[in-house]
Write a protein that binds this ligand. Structure first.
Ligand code: MLT
Length: 234
């Protein structure tokens, strides 16, 4: 049976062998929810970069610049990090360069993988179908918060394990832990996720509506994939 591992923080990614595997990167609040929303709403491509300066340089080359530090929009960027900004007419047909505190870092740190895709509750079913069809072992790479584990990404990892359970075996205690978290809370996903540390932080910024949207299941069927350094929809 194929295996599904969970990396609970980018600080632990060196413990996982990524070569030959598919990596699903997740940052529910909010980077990967933004990426899924953008590519489902006619953004042409999204280039994840680790550094603000790198992102600004891409802005000079015609990309829209997007992202945050500590949850707050980088002042020089065109956009912040709300999924609603990615539904706007202004982004249709455009390329976006994104740099965020955790999500874009986790994508960059997954580079050894054979295939990198982007997961969120918004595209859970599409991601599980893609993962099952890929025939590879998989690692779910949770972006967490500044190196620490977070609730909402772990909950998503458990949901994806549950979706793939008939054909893929959770490998390692972090996968078992994520699955148990999901099993115990699958009827109250939003209720649990809104208790997380980053949810509290975002509520403090007055953006509760982002949280509820990011916890919507199967809103989109797009599967963002990293191709030549850019995320494109498939
Ligand atoms: C991140 O990448 O750290 C997050 O997306 C932060 C945020 O909610 O803006």
């Amino acid at each position: 049976m194929r295996t599904l591992e969970v990396c609970l923080s980018p600080e632990l990614i060196h413990q996982h062998q990524l070569e030959g595997k598919i990596v699903v990167v997740v940052d529910i609040f909010r980077a990967t929810s933004c990426i899924v929303t953008g590519l489902a709403n006619e953004v042409v491509a999204i280039k994840p970069v680790a550094e603000v300066e790198e992102c600004k340089k891409l802005g000079e080359q015609g990309y829209l610049t997007a992202g945050e530090r500590g949850g707050i929009k980088v002042p020089e960027f065109d956009m912040g990090n709300s999924p609603f900004e990615y539904q706007s007419e202004n982004v249709k047909g455009k390329k976006v360069a994104i740099s965020t505190t955790n999500g874009s870092q986790a994508i960059v740190k997954s580079k050894e993988a054979d295939d990198i895709i982007i997961g969120a509750f918004l595209n859970l079913e599409a991601i599980s179908e893609y993962t099952l069809q890929s025939k590879k072992n998989a690692v779910i790479h949770c972006a967490g918060w500044k190196g620490t584990v977070n609730l909402e990404d772990t909950l998503f990892a458990g949901a994806l394990i549950d979706e793939c359970a008939e054909e893929m075996k959770p490998q390692g205690d972090s996968a078992l832990l994520a699955h148990q978290l999901y099993i115990g809370n699958h009827e109250n996903l939003f209720g649990l996720a809104k208790q997380s540390g980053h949810a509290e932080r975002l509520v403090g910024f007055g953006i509760e509506k982002d949280l509820e949207f990011c916890m919507t299941v199967d809103e989109y069927s797009v599967v963002p994939r990293l191709v030549n350094g850019e995320l494109v929809g498939s």
